[in-house]
Design a protein around this ligand. Structure first.
Ligand SMILES: Nc1ncnc2c1ncn2[C@@H]1O[C@H](COP(=O)(O)OP(=O)(O)O)[C@@H](O)[C@H]1O
Ligand SMILES: [Mg+2]
Length: 304
């Protein structure tokens, strides 16, 4: 017996409906039943890590914000997390409190210099369980210098190999292009997460991105998976946001994650404070959304 007539209320991203006496069903924005994503069980030991690349050639879609806040959320759940800043802008580094102008060694040295090991460039952050390999503008030279290198697409994969034993998750924050740095991230990764701004033209680039992912899978990294598409900057006051998510669902089915990140000024505020939102405003819905993302990815088997 189901009576889906009475909507009991909703927050931004879910709707709760009375389906039988006292029984409630929660659905996501596109109407799919929203499973409970349980708090992940503690891990008895750490590693081997799964490497996840945060990828979208469009800038300003939430790659860096997702890298930082998913990382911080997984760390809250006891995971050992390594953030790899692979964008010469260095926004992920800044976002976790690293000053990119004061680096002796960065990810650039790690990928370009044989003598530099992962341990030489990893830095702890203020968040327990969350470390970072920082980047700065030096990395922009790597794109050019790598062109002449042997196995130029797999320098990052090689450099990250030692991290596999010590961490549960490695999150690589990609630059907004499909150039050689991003191809390196895709070659190193087990999975790709695609943050997608809930904006009308956002879908345009996704076909090209998926084509690139498939090329890398065919030629360089047969095990590469698309872990999910994450709608970001969702504005519940507009029909428009909802339509974009519905289009993504039509085109990509359950590659669309249940979790959606709402638009809120707390994210830029947290970046100015150089903290994850989970530390800056722990009770804010934006922090809770990234915790849910962490739980959803664990439940999907996309991370430990
Ligand atoms: N959900 C959100 N709501 C509002 N602003 C956001 C949200 N996510 C990110 N931002 C802001 O948008 C800008 C771009 O986000 P960022 O994560 O740096 O994107 P990318 O790494 O894809 O270029 C930043 O100023 C960030 O603080
Ligand atoms: Mg970025």
């Amino acid at each position: 017996m189901t009576d889906v007539s009475e909507a009991l209320g909703s927050d931004i991203m879910t709707q709760t409906t009375l389906i039988a006496d006292g029984e409630r069903e929660r659905t996501d924005v596109v109407g799919r039943t929203l499973p409970d994503f349980p708090v992940p069980a503690p891990l008895p030991s750490h590693g081997p890590a799964r490497i996840v690349a945060m990828c979208n050639q469009k800038g300003g879609v939430g790659k860096t914000t997702t890298t930082i806040n998913l990382g911080a959320s997984l760390a809250e759940y006891g995971r050992k997390v390594l953030l790899v800043d692979f964008d010469p802008q260095g926004a992920a580094s800044v976002g976790v409190g690293v000053n990119p102008h004061e680096l002796d060694l960065s990810v650039y040295n790690l990928v370009m210099e044989r003598g530099v090991q992962l341990g030489d460039v990893v830095q702890p952050t203020a968040i327990e369980g969350l470390d970072v390999v920082p980047a700065n503008i030096d990395l922009s030279a790597a794109e050019v210098q790598l062109v002449g290198e042997v196995a130029r697409e797999s320098v990052l994969a090689r450099a990250l190999r030692p991290a596999l034993d010590d961490y549960d998750v490695v999150l690589v924050d990609c630059q907004p292009s499909l150039g050689l740095l991003t191809v390196n991230a895709l070659t190193a990764a087990h999975g790709v997460l695609i943050p997608l701004e809930c904006e009308f033209f956002a879908l345009r680039g996704v076909a090209l991105l998926i084509e690139t992912i498939e090329k890398v899978r065919d030629r360089l990294n047969p095990a590469l998976e698309i872990d999910g598409i994450l709608p970001t900057m969702y504005d519940s006051r507009t029909l428009h946001s909802r339509e974009v998510v519905a289009r993504v669902h039509e085109a990509f089915g359950d590659t669309l994650l249940h979790t959606i990140i709402g638009r809120t000024v707390k994210f830029p505020d947290a970046s100015v404070a150089a903290e994850p939102i989970t530390a800056y405003a722990p009770a804010h819905p934006g922090a809770e959304a990234y915790r849910q993302l962490a739980r959803e990815l664990v439940a999907r088997g996309d991370t430990a």
